[in-house]
Design a protein around this ligand. Structure first.
Ligand SMILES: O=P(O)(O)OC[C@H]1O[C@H](OP(=O)(O)OP(=O)(O)O)[C@H](O)[C@@H]1O
Ligand SMILES: O=c1cc[nH]c(=O)[nH]1
Ligand SMILES: [Mg+2]
Length: 209
């Protein structure tokens, strides 16, 4: 079973507390989601392979470590996952970006897929699937399945806020996929919202209701 990593770093916790506040408006919410995505990517990229390269400093020639040219793809689950992409690309500018469009039916809470566009060589890339919210886990489970169906074999899921119920469901459906999250919250409420959560991430990012 792959790991679930809850990132307890003080900067992560501080920024997450800020966006939980319902008084925080769209502009600040967006900036903080980007910053959190960047900080979580630092954790999620901890095991990227390195290779030894030679570099000439102003003082000496030396052998040092450099990323081993591993190919990455960032795939947001629309809409809310879009808010995490720029932050991740600041750290990994060479990554390709795919998109999975999915919304959760408000009555049934079942995810509905409406768009998938991925890099052609997705089967050769490590994929960071990103979505700020993991509630029932339905969207993440179907998002991972959509990636696997198109050949992806190395997938990590990055979320900001996760419900225990959703984490369990994703682990059961996709035991090979590690999950990096800023918080494992208390529970889901009867409407399928995460408690305490931060509300509807897509609406808060894009100023819709
Ligand atoms: O774990 P789940 O129960 O599937 O819920 C989580 C999903 O719900 C939200 O998306 P939403 O359906 O609100 O779409 P949006 O991003 O377009 O607002 C969120 O961004 C996740 O994709
Ligand atoms: O709390 C929740 C649950 C699903 N989607 C959200 O945006 N927030
Ligand atoms: Mg939404």
């Amino acid at each position: 079973m792959a790991d679930i990593i809850e990132v307890k770093h003080p900067l992560v916790q501080h920024k997450l507390t800020m966006i939980r506040n319902k008084a925080v408006g769209t502009k600040d919410f967006r900036a903080l989601v980007d910053e959190l995505a960047m900080l979580l990517t630092y954790e999620a990229s901890r095991d990227l392979p390195l290779e030894t390269v030679e570099v000439e400093t102003p003082v000496a020639v030396t052998k040092q470590q450099s990323l081993a040219g591993k190919k990455l793809a960032v795939v947001p689950i629309l809409r809310a996952g879009l808010g995490m992409v720029d932050g991740i690309l600041q750290l990994i500018p060479a990554a390709k970006v795919g998109h999975i469009g999915m919304y959760r039916d408000e009555e049934t809470l079942q995810p509905v897929e409406y768009f998938v566009k991925l890099p052609d060589d997705i089967d050769q890339r490590e994929v960071l699937l990103v979505d700020p919210m993991l509630a029932t886990g339905g969207s993440a489970i179907d998002g991972i399945s959509a990636l696997k169906k198109r050949g992806a074999t190395q997938i990590k899921l990055i979320t900001l806020v996760s419900a225990p119920e959703g984490l369990k469901a994703v682990q059961e459906a996709h035991p090979d996929v590690p999950i990096v999250t800023a918080s494992i919250d208390e529970k889901l409420n009867n409407d399928g919202y995460i408690v305490p959560g931060l509300g509807d991430a897509g609406d808060r990012l894009f100023g819709t209701h």
